[in-house]
Design a protein around this ligand. Structure first.
Ligand code: GUN
Length: 169
């Protein structure tokens, strides 16, 4: 059996371009909502309890530095490994290799904490990475912020090169 291609996955799941880069398709949005009064004050309204997407990045493309207000659990599905770069609030940079080769420090799942700036790209040699992202409370574009490189560098100058490479604005 031939391996699946990025184009096949994009077509099969009618994936759409994502503002951070790559393609996505929402696969789950819990019908139950959490009222705003019950949520942390950082949320500006009610939210679905949880959501999930497929996400696909091709080699040469990247998911630009952004942050969201929920923890985001990433899952590896197909293609080659993906590097996820997380800048923690204290400035520590964590690089996670999401993939299936557990003997080479890759992992099938990783949770990015809410409020951290993070970006991702297919690892060297990966044609594409096909992954999933689950968030709770559910994803809302009101909770999503793309980084401006100059602003992020002011806060984390030690990561200037990475930030300049993985931002679009
Ligand atoms: N739905 C639309 N965009 C996103 C995203 O970046 N992450 C998650 N988890 N869901 C989304």
């Amino acid at each position: 059996m031939l391996a699946v291609t990025a184009d096949q996955l994009v077509q099969r799941y009618t994936m759409q371009p994502h503002p951070e880069g790559g393609y996505y398709k929402e696969t789950y949005r819990c019908m139950q909502t959490i009222p705003q009064q019950v949520l942390s004050r950082r949320f500006a309204g009610e939210r679905n309890i949880s959501t999930a997407i497929y996400f696909l990045l091709e080699q040469g493309n990247f998911s630009a530095f952004h942050k969201i207000k929920s923890d985001e659990c990433w899952h590896f599905y197909a293609g080659g490994p993906m590097n996820i770069y997380v800048i923690h609030i204290n400035g520590n940079l964590e690089t996670i290799k999401l993939g299936s080769d557990i003997s080479h420090a890759q992992t099938f799942q990783h949770v990015v904490p809410s409020g951290c700036w993070f970006a991702s790209e297919p690892a060297t040699g990966s044609d594409f990475s096909f992954v999933g992202c689950t968030v709770a409370p559910g994803f809302d574009f009101d909770d999503f912020e793309l980084a401006k490189a100059a602003d992020l560098i002011k806060v984390y100058p030690q990561h200037k090169d990475l930030i300049n490479r993985l931002c679009r604005q």
